[in-house]
Write a protein that binds this ligand. Sequence first.
Ligand code: HEC
Ligand code: HEC
Length: 229
Amino acid sequence: MQNFPKPIRLLAPLVALIATVVVVSGCGTTNPDIARGRVLFTTKCGVCHTLAQAGTTATIGPNLDDAFAAAREAGGFDAATIEGVVQAQVDSPRPSNGNPAVSMPPHIVEGTALDDIAAYIGKYAGVPGAAPPEVEGGPGAQVFANNGCGGCHTLAAANSGGTTGPNLDEHLPGVSEAEIEEKITNASAREVSGYPKGVMPENFGEKLSSTELEELAKFLHESVNKKSG
Ligand code: HEC
Ligand code: HEC
């Protein structure tokens, strides 16, 4: 905004105000930002939920593809209906089986962030063949994107900002490719103080082919050991 010529800069607050009014009164007339919804989903929701298009694989909450696939196929659920279900669930999560340890926390996101996430899920949940978009950076970067690593981990080379797990730019310099592979597939090879055990999925050893795993470790190793400047 600082770079606008002066008259436009003066207009900017007015434009923002109009936009706010439209959001408040529009009720579905605004255009949600699906790309932003995807990024928000991977960090805010992918920690607990599997969704193929996001590449997330967590199993603490229900698999959202499974949750909506049947309804979508039967034709009763369109994107708007799914959006409504998501909004309602995030606004007031339905308590699960009386076990508060696995309930969904209320109000993880609100406002336009929730609109964007709901629209994103409405577009992709349960859609057959939905897969993460292609990313730059080679095959290892694609493995990183396809498996939801960025939802939990910050890695500059992947533009990811997850904070559930350790920042890989800070934690992996100096670690060999073989050690990185070991850390990804073997929970007992990871000893990271301040981060909970049992949150990172423990099935990457089965889920990833040995080629994928090598490509992933190579990508991480190169990304974090790149000389900056
Ligand atoms: C800490 C884990 C956790 C996080 C984070 C989380 N959820 Fe959930 N979610 C759950 C659990 C557990 C359930 C099952 C119902 C319950 O316990 O509330 C659930 C249920 C749901 C359902 C209902 C699925 C069905 O089968 O009816 C939707 C939709 C949903 N979550 C969407 C989201 C969205 C969107 C986000 C991010 C804004 C999110 N969740 C974040 C744990 C989580
Ligand atoms: C649901 C969140 C989550 C996902 C998804 C996830 N991780 Fe993690 N990761 C963690 C947490 C939490 C830790 C630290 C605790 C532990 O060791 O289990 C961790 C630890 C690590 C470590 C060890 C860091 C160190 O300093 O030793 C590496 C490497 C790693 N993750 C890479 C990955 C890669 C690569 C992927 C994708 C294939 C991935 N993670 C997916 C949460 C996650």
